[in-house]
Design a protein around this ligand. Structure first.
Ligand code: AMP
Length: 455
């Protein structure tokens, strides 16, 4: 099977060949023909399977065919909704890459950045919008965007959009679209929520599915290291340094943990950056760019920020903390082992997380090889404690301890998690300078946000 078999126009075949693709991936083989036939589609596929091209190539071909070059004002005829800014930017780049030999215009719209440049560009007219739902609605409210001419709607990573609470925004956007349109819904999982969303928008649709859902790819070598929570950071630095890993994506459960781990890794001499929802868009773009170009070795991310990221030939993913939802493990390790390249997924698992590991093994129907590294043997006296996503109060106090006794006697789980090594004090044990300058307020603000406990 080749891309020529689909009857793609020469401009798209040239773009595909410019991108170096020779054979369509399974999701492309299944989706492209039926999208070109203008069916509604549910595509069940993970990121990393080539699903962006699977919907973008036929979308470009159909919009090119219905493009009227005599129209002076361009209104969006293709709308792609994605859950995160990074994913929108990534899809937007793919739209431009695959459409580089066509005269269609596209714009990428997401929040967290100044709205005015987006307004200016949209006022010049566009054929395709790739957007996160919230910012798109802002622009609709300001009458900068009119969605009444949309011919093709794509909901990408629809399961994640529902998880992130975008259903109300999506419903508002759907109400602004013409009734007659083609709908393409891509999702990694087919939950009851996705099924009901699909039932409400799709007409006479076809289902395409690649790799069975919740299956981890054989290309990713998975290993679990059992280790105490408080030794995780030391073990992570050791693994990166000893094995000379140069590009490692590390996942934590919360934004606060991502910030904290990032600081500690930098202290350990490992160039690192954090990527999560509290970071400005500028900081997120910079962190990703530095990671992709090798300026930093470690990117510490939360699940939401890392969803859908496409980092070419990423060799290592580390679960510093296992996710609470087993499906997220599949997404996390799917960042590596992409496009036919082998990858490695390492999980640092403490006693509190054994039930999460069991859930993951049940979901993926696979037992993950477990190892204990000499020198990092778990302490048998440590008892399992419930996992708390919140940033608890005693931890905030830790930055300005009232007395040394209070800080050493604290037995909360979060204190134990500070990862303080015997030989190397953690950054949190010497925060006194923070209380003398206004950085202290920064920390407090950050702590308050982390207390709300989201990623
Ligand atoms: P996606 O699942 O859309 O995020 O794509 C994952 C990666 O696969 C991206 O780096 C794409 O550039 C790449 N890719 C997409 N289609 C193909 C193909 N047919 N052959 C080789 N690589 C591809």
């Amino acid at each position: 099977m080749t891309f020529q078999n689909f009857g793609l126009i020469p401009e798209l075949l040239r773009a595909v060949s410019d991108s170096g693709y020779t054979t369509p991936s399974p999701i492309q083989q299944k989706s492209i023909p039926i999208i070109l036939e203008q069916f509604d589609v549910i595509g069940l596929a993970q990121t990393g399977t080539g699903k962006t091209a699977a919907f973008t190539l036929p979308l470009l071909q159909l919009l090119h065919a219905s493009h009227d070059p005599n129209k002076t004002i361009r209104q969006p005829r293709g709308l792609i909704l994605a859950p995160t800014r990074e994913l929108s930017a990534q899809i937007g780049e793919s739209v431009r890459e695959y459409g580089r030999h066509l005269s269609l215009r596209s714009e990428i719209i997401f929040g967290g950045v100044n709205i005015n440049p987006q307004i200016r560009k949209l006022r010049q007219g566009t054929d395709i919008i790739v957007a996160t739902p919230g910012r798109l609605l802002d622009l609709v409210t300001q009458r900068v965007v009119n969605l009444s001419k949309v011919e093709i709607l794509v909901l990408d990573e629809a399961d994640r959009m529902l998880d992130m609470g975008f259903i109300h925004d999506i419903k508002k956007i759907l109400a602004l679209l013409p009734k007659q349109r083609q709908n393409l819904l891509f999702s990694a999982t087919l939950s009851p929520g996705i099924q009901s969303l699909a039932n409400s928008i799709l007409k006479n649709h076809k289902v395409v599915e690649v790799a069975p859902r919740n299956v981890t790819t054989e290309l990713v070598n998975q290993v679990v290291y059992k280790v105490d929570q408080k030794r995780k950071r030391e073990l992570l630095s050791y693994l990166i340094g000893f094995n000379n890993w140069q590009q490692v994506l590390v996942f934590t459960r919360t934004k606060h943990h991502a910030n904290k781990l990032c600081e500690q890794l930098i202290e350990d001499g490992l160039p690192a950056a954090a990527l999560h929802g509290n970071k400005s868009q500028g900081a997120r773009t910079k962190a990703l760019e530095q990671f992709k170009t090798g300026k930093i070795r470690v990117l510490v991310a939360t699940d939401i920020a890392a969803r859908g990221l496409d980092i070419e030939q990423l060799p290592y993913v580390v679960n510093f903390e296992l996710p609470n939802v087993a499906e997220d493990y599949v997404h996390r390790i799917g960042r590596t082992g992409r496009a036919g390249m082998p990858g490695n997924a390492v999980s640092l698992v403490c006693i509190d997380e054994l039930h999460l590991l069991r859930d993951i093994e049940k979901l993926t129907k696979k037992t993950i090889a477990t190892e204990i590294l000499p020198g990092y043997e778990p302490d048998r006296n440590v008892k399992a404690q419930p996992i708390n996503m919140r940033h608890n109060k005693s931890r905030v106090q830790r930055f300005v301890p009232k007395s040394s006794e209070e800080s050493t006697n604290r037995t909360s789980k979060y204190s134990a998690r500070s990862g303080t090594s015997k030989n190397k004090p953690s950054v949190r044990t010497k925060p006194t300078h923070r209380s003398t300058d206004n950085r202290r307020n920064v920390w407090k603000a950050d702590d308050r946000k982390a207390y709300r406990g989201s990623v």
